[in-house]
Design a protein around this ligand. Structure first.
Ligand code: FEO
Length: 390
């Protein structure tokens, strides 16, 4: 296994998870990587680790660069097991390592791995000189867990931000320009929507600090290393953190006998006639973790469910549970659905939308049995009206 030199004396030594398709509820069709880095200076540093079953790949790539017994420091930017799963194996292979981490990460590691640790604890703004270079640490709590921090090397204008700016992409390529902006930003958006969405305020605070730093390269812990699209990436992160979305509508629905689907397509028709680009996602064919990427990129979100057993369909319930946790803001919401009797399904959707604090300028539309053409025309008219408000 070969390492990749990303800057003079700084090497990628991570692992590629070609087979990863599920990451705590998030489907990852392109797989992922767990990125770790070796910095060779007067002191040699390993920054971050890999998932438990990838430890041997990490060791092989490390050995391509340096004798593991010569590594002085292990910087732990984040303790989630996709990075720390190999922690005990790393300590066993390199018992000389001094662990450099945040106080919260130390506590987390001790709790998770049932081991007392002697760590060099660093707070936000602390620096560690390793020779020609300095490691500067900035705490970034909740991007993605309370323990997260980023490591910045001013002499290299290099940011090692762990989860922030990551993407779930397994590839032979290591850099953004080797794959291209379109795929890199698509996966960065999907990653943001599924992992970072609830923490917009914290992202803004981190961007305020990171924005002051000269940066030539951002080397996250998942996916591609950014060197060619950094200003565009920072702009996108700022927009996402501020919950700014383009004038687009997203219709999400499930259907039992086709009535709610007919309504979804009539809503599409009405929105398009108001000049609004529309994406339509059926919960029967799109996974909720793919749909939340569309939520990130849409100003209006319309959600439809028929009524089953006096409530919404479980697929719609799962979507709303996921959305509630991810806390998307500044959306125009709209609920719709169909029913035979009772009609609680769409009402539950409307209540969930209200609970998320979205604006709901239009009342829900809930139709009995199979909608006729005049009812669908009313649905189109409501969508056209909503379109004018987006
Ligand atoms: Fe990539 Fe929060 O772990």
């Amino acid at each position: 296994m070969k390492s990749v030199e990303i800057k003079d004396g700084i090497h990628w030594v991570g692992a590629i998870d070609w087979d990863l398709r599920y990451f705590h509820g998030y489907v990852t069709p392109r797989g992922s990587t767990y990125n770790a880095y070796i910095i060779k200076d007067e002191k040699t540093v390993l920054v971050d680790m890999v998932k438990h079953y990838k430890a041997e790949e990490l060791f092989a790539r490390v050995k391509d660069v340096v004798d593991p017994s010569r590594i002085d420091y292990l910087v732990v930017n984040h303790i989630e097991p996709d990075h720390s799963g190999s922690f005990l194996k790393v300590l066993e292979a390199m018992p000389q390592l001094k662990i450099v981490t945040s106080p919260k990460a130390k506590k987390g590691l001790e709790r998770y791995y049932k081991k007392e640790l002697d760590c060099v604890l660093v707070n936000s703004g602390d620096e560690l000189n390793i020779g020609k270079r300095t490691l500067k640490f900035v705490h970034t709590p909740m991007i993605h867990w309370p323990d997260n921090m980023v490591t910045y090397i001013p002499e290299e204008k290099l940011l090692l931000p762990n989860d922030a700016f990551g993407q779930h992409i397994a590839s032979a390529e290591r850099f953004d320009d080797e794959i291209g902006w379109d795929i890199a930003i698509e996966e960065a958006g999907s990653y943001y929507a599924n992992i970072v969405y609830p923490y917009g305020d914290q992202v803004n605070k981190a961007l305020d600090i990171i924005g002051q730093l000269p940066i030539e390269m951002i080397a996250p812990s998942h996916g591609l290393i950014w060197r060619s699209y950094i200003p565009q990436l920072i702009t996108a992160y700022r927009q996402w953190a501020n919950h700014e979305a383009p004038r687009k509508a997203l219709i999400i629905y499930d259907t039992m006998w086709g009535s709610t689907q007919k309504m979804a397509l009539s809503l599409q028709d009405g929105l398009e006639s108001a000049g609004v680009p529309v994406t339509v996602r059926s919960l029967q064919t799109s996974h909720i973790s793919q749909i939340v990427r569309d939520v990130l990129h849409s100003r209006a979100v319309l959600i439809g469910s028929p009524t089953l057993n006096n409530g919404m369909l479980p697929s719609v319930g799962a979507l709303l549970t996921y959305l509630k946790g991810l806390r998307p803001k500044k959306k125009l919401g709209f609920a719709f659905g169909s029913y035979g009797w009772g009609g609680q399904g769409a009402k539950e959707v409307a209540a969930a939308i209200k609970e998320m604090g979205w604006e709901t300028p239009q009342e829900l539309i809930n139709l009995v049995y199979n909608p006729d053409e005049s009812e669908l025309e009313a649905v189109r008219a409501a969508a056209k009206k909503l379109g004018a408000m987006i």
